[in-house]
Design a protein around this ligand. Structure first.
Ligand code: B3K
Ligand code: ZN
Length: 887
């Protein structure tokens, strides 16, 4: 729990470590009552440190120190001191061996950080600062050491004992105890250390690298999950091949292990050669896992694997540089997923996440640049900004350099910094050095928070046959940053004429990268206001702007309905085509809000309805795109656009519009549904995923008709599906409907799947996300269901997280009961698992966006949380920053 004054750490205070650790030898004696850790550190003064006589200061949190010795001599109590998280030893030699013994109680560690137990298995999570919960150490990423790890445990309870690197010794000891010794030849920071001990079954495979190294691939899971590992294994092999092909990066050890654990704070962790995964990101089979689940497994397996180069071989100097490894690795995994599936769909999904969650973060009290200047608790900075915006920033570099120069840049970065702990600046410099392209102004993306806004206007001069785009950029102020320097924004554009894209020729040479056929350009937007004139334009075009979402900005262009319809029907850029459908949807929702407020009926524009009808009949377009274009902008996205946010008004208008579309297009939705039905054997490939997605989109509209026929269709789909995608979709629509069958469906679902925790999480989530009144009471009831366990983060996310974060209309109940519920859960979890508590709190921190009545109720709950004297630094930082300037 927190000190009286949790302190802020600043990037500007960075200094190199006073000591280095050449080698780290750890011995773990794992027991039921307690476990003993003995560490032997080969320490020496860092020749680069400012002071050559500073005391040795080690990090340690909540540790029981058993003994401490230097070069074999036991220290007495006067030779060391402890304050907060620091252990200090004065007067140490220039180089010495420090031996330290600590006693831990992993079975009582509910924070799931450090060494803990999950379903009877010992496991670790050290990033960012969990290693200091295991032993005293220089727990910072720029201290890299060669680790040797000895694990001693009961053989029958813990037959599998794993750590990083190569297995160098196994031995059976007396009394049913056994021992393994692991050695990792690659120096690494402590955050990449891992240990696992448990009763685990294994799925094995092999991968042959281009240079001929045979790598043993092993996925360790609970015995009952052995049939759910194929997809992860295939994804791993695909990722290994892809990284060789696209980045020229090979795997560097003879063994690569993945272990699945039930209790895990996030998705997975890239520990060197021993990745630890949340079961939800590794297990998949058609009966239990949705298409989205399959895609998540593929993406996360690849992400963690890619970290072996972008994160492990080249790591971060300090935690302010987190996006160096996370932004780059997300960019790598999203390109991989794009290559494995449908690129446009992947892009739309990524943009959707960015525009909802990240834009909201950038506009809220926790807004921070992708390289933050300060933090109180680093765990709070594993954010959509660091990850997703960080990835967009790398993508922009890729756009500005082009694929060949970008590859030259990444080669230079990996070669130049292999084995080092470096900064975002080192990454940008490698890109600049390799390409010769100046990224000076581009660097503002690393230091400035907030979502830039582009106001674009277009004028056609028929006489001169020119088309002029005027681009103005601005960026709102964010906490601690009122003035922003202009960004360097790559703006991809095309001009669409009656018969397709026009050839582009700028009157001055301000532009840069051109498509091979000269119909697409990337404009370098660098000034607060800039003008781009296109010559030889023979008709008034419709501009297609920010193609492929070429920069993480908000773009305003005053399109007419007819222009948007043209883009929606014929733009060759999938993102812009989809975005045009969303802008049209937004116009209709705004009209619906006005109509409902005036007590009128919601009737969508006939042109819009026709365009949707055309879409439903369009069999040449990717079915997944059709599905995405038919889905109206989400309530979360609308909350980013319409201010102040009237959650209920938006919800009712959107639902009324959906119902009007369902009524107007019921025959088309039915026909589309039938067309998408198939009895083909399940595969999580792009074509099938697309078809299921369109089929379920059609069903979701049909269910709004609330007639016996549609309900029967959903019941039939629910009962007859052999895959979880269709089954869960049907269950979701039934639960949100008036169908009498829903209670039975929920009960039968539970009975069938009660022994599969990941399926039961989906069952919790469907109920938590039900839009009907009374859902809060249902959620409260489910918290005492035998299958619920507040210590398991997946369950907390499925029930509490989904209710508070994804069920706006119920969370924002006008009596404030939703807010009270969340604050209660945060206060409870603050004591057991602060990381989960502070993440859960996020929906309340967005209070400034809502109507005054909601604001007041939300703030009083935040104040109640802030008043808890035992607040963790995690929750303290989020709640105090969100209440800053609140009267
Ligand atoms: N690097 C880990 C995240 C660790 C989060 C610690 N609170 C997973 C990932 O991004 O790959
Ligand atoms: Zn990562």
């Amino acid at each position: 729990m927190r000190d009286a004054q949790p302190s802020t750490i600043f990037l500007s205070d960075y200094s190199v470590p006073d000591f280095l650790i050449d080698s780290t030898t750890l011995r773990f004696e794992l027991g039921e009552a307690s476990s003993l850790v003995c560490s032997v550190l080969a320490l020496r003064r860092n020749p680069d440190a400012a002071s050559q006589d500073a005391p040795l200061q080690l990090h340690g949190t909540e540790l029981e120190l058993v003994s401490l010795s230097i070069d074999g001599r036991q220290l007495d109590d006067s030779e060391w001191s402890q304050s907060g998280e620091q252990l200090s030893i004065a007067n140490v030699p220039a180089s010495f061996s420090l031996c330290c013994e600590t006693r831990l109680r992993p079975q009582d560690n509910t924070s799931l950080e450090g060494l803990y137990k999950s379903s009877g298995m010992f496991c670790t999570q050290c990033e960012a600062e969990g290693f200091r919960k295991i032993t005293y150490y220089l727990d910072r990423p720029d201290v890299m050491s060669v680790f040797t790890v000895e694990i001693i445990a009961d053989q029958s309870r813990y037959p599998v004992l794993l750590s990083n690197g190569n297995l160098i010794e196994t031995e059976s000891l007396a009394d049913g105890i056994h021992k393994t010794v692991w050695h990792d030849p690659f120096p690494k920071p402590a955050y990449l250390f891992a240990l696992v001990a448990g009763k685990l079954a294994v799925v094995e495979d092999q991968f042959l690298t281009t240079s001929g190294r045979s790598v043993d691939l092993k996925i360790y899971v609970d015995e009952k999950d052995l049939d759910k590992c194929d997809h992860a294994m295939l994804s791993l092999k695909n990722a290994m091949r892809w990284d060789e092909d696209v980045y020229g990066r090979e795997y560097d050890l003879d063994i690569f292990n993945i272990v699945a654990v039930d209790d895990f704070n996030m998705g997975a962790m890239e520990n060197k050669s021993l990745n630890i995964f949340n079961t939800s990101c590794v297990l998949a089979k058609q009966e239990t896992t949705t298409d989205a689940g399959f895609q998540r497994v593929e993406g996360v397996v690849a992400h963690e694997y890619f970290h072996n180069w972008s994160g492990n071989r080249v790591t971060c100097r300090d935690w302010f540089q987190l996006s160096l490894k996370e932004g780059f690795t997300v960019f790598r995994d999203s390109e991989f997923s794009s290559d494995m599936g449908s690129p446009t769909v992947k892009r739309v999904e990524d943009v959707t996440l960015l525009r909802t969650a990240q834009f909201a973060e950038d506009a809220g009290p926790m807004a921070h640049p992708i390289r933050p200047d300060s933090f109180i608790e680093i765990s709070n900075f594993y954010t959509v900004t660091i990850y997703e915006k960080g990835s967009e920033v790398v993508r922009m570099i890729h756009t500005l350099l082009g694929p060949e120069l970008f590859r030259k840049g990444s080669d230079l970065y990996f070669d130049r910094h292999d084995g080092q702990a470096v900064t975002c600046e080192d990454f940008v410099l490698a890109m600049e050095d390799a390409s010769g392209i100046d990224l000076k102004q581009f660097r503002h993306w690393y230091s400035q928070a907030g979502t830039p806004r582009l106001h674009v206007s277009g004028t056609y001069d028929e006489q001169a046959q020119t088309y002029t785009l005027v681009v103005k950029q601005s960026c709102p102020s964010t906490p601690g940053q009122t003035e922003k320097a202009p960004f360097h924004i790559p703006l991809a554009v095309a001009l669409i004429g009656e018969a397709g894209q026009l050839a582009l020729q700028l009157t001055d040479a301000a532009a840069n990268i051109e498509s091979p056929d000269n119909t697409e350009l990337v404009l370098n937007v660098t000034e607060p206001e800039q003008r781009f004139v296109f010559a030889n334009i023979k008709e008034e075009p419709v501009p297609s702007l920010l193609r492929g979402f070429s920069a993480p900005v908000k773009l305003d262009f005053d399109y007419s309905g007819a222009q948007l319809l043209r883009l929606m029907r014929s733009d060759s850029d999938g993102f812009c085509r989809w975005d045009a459908s969303q802008q049209l949807g937004l116009v209709e929702i705004k009209r619906a809000i006005t109509a409902l407020a005036a007590g009128q009926q919601v009737s969508p524009d006939s042109e819009y309805v026709s365009a949707c009808r055309e879409l439903l009949a369009n069999t040449s377009l990717d079915a997944a795109m059709v599905a995405l274009m038919l889905q109206l902008p989400s309530e979360a996205y609308l909350a980013e656009i319409i201010h102040p946010v009237d959650v209920h008004g938006i919800h009712h208008a959107r639902e009324a519009l959906r119902k009007a579309l369902a009524t107007a297009l019921s025959d088309e939705f039915s026909a589309c549904y039938s067309r998408c039905e198939s009895d083909e054997a399940y595969a999580p490939d792009a074509a099938q995923i697309a078809r299921r997605s369109l089929k379920n989109t059609a069903l979701s509209y049909l269910m709004l008709l609330d007639d016996a026929q549609s309900i029967a269709l959903a019941v039939r789909q629910y009962e007859s599906s052999s895959n979880m995608t269709d089954r869960l979709a049907a269950l979701t629509y039934l639960v949100n409907s008036t169908a009498a069958y829903k209670a039975e469906a929920l009960l039968r679902f539970y009975q069938q799947w009660q022994h599969e925790p990941l399926v039961i999480n989906q069952w919790f989530q469907v109920q938590a996300m039900c839009r009907l009144p009374g859902t809060l009471e249902v959620v409260q009831g489910l918290m005492s269901h035998p299958a619920f366990d507040i210590r398991n983060p997946n369950k907390v996310r499925a029930l509490i997280g989904a209710f508070c974060g994804q069920n706006g209309v119920n969370f924002h109940r006008e009596d404030g009961a939703g807010y009270r519920f969340l604050a209660d859960q945060v206060l409870l979890l603050n004591r057991s698992n602060p990381q989960i508590a502070s993440r859960l709190l996020v929906p309340l921190t967005k209070w400034r966006k809502y109507l005054p009545s909601a604001q007041q109720l939300m703030c009083s709950e935040l104040q109640r949380v802030l008043a808890d004297p035992e607040l963790s630094s995690d929750v303290y930082e989020v709640v105090s920053k969100s209440l800053q300037d609140y009267q």
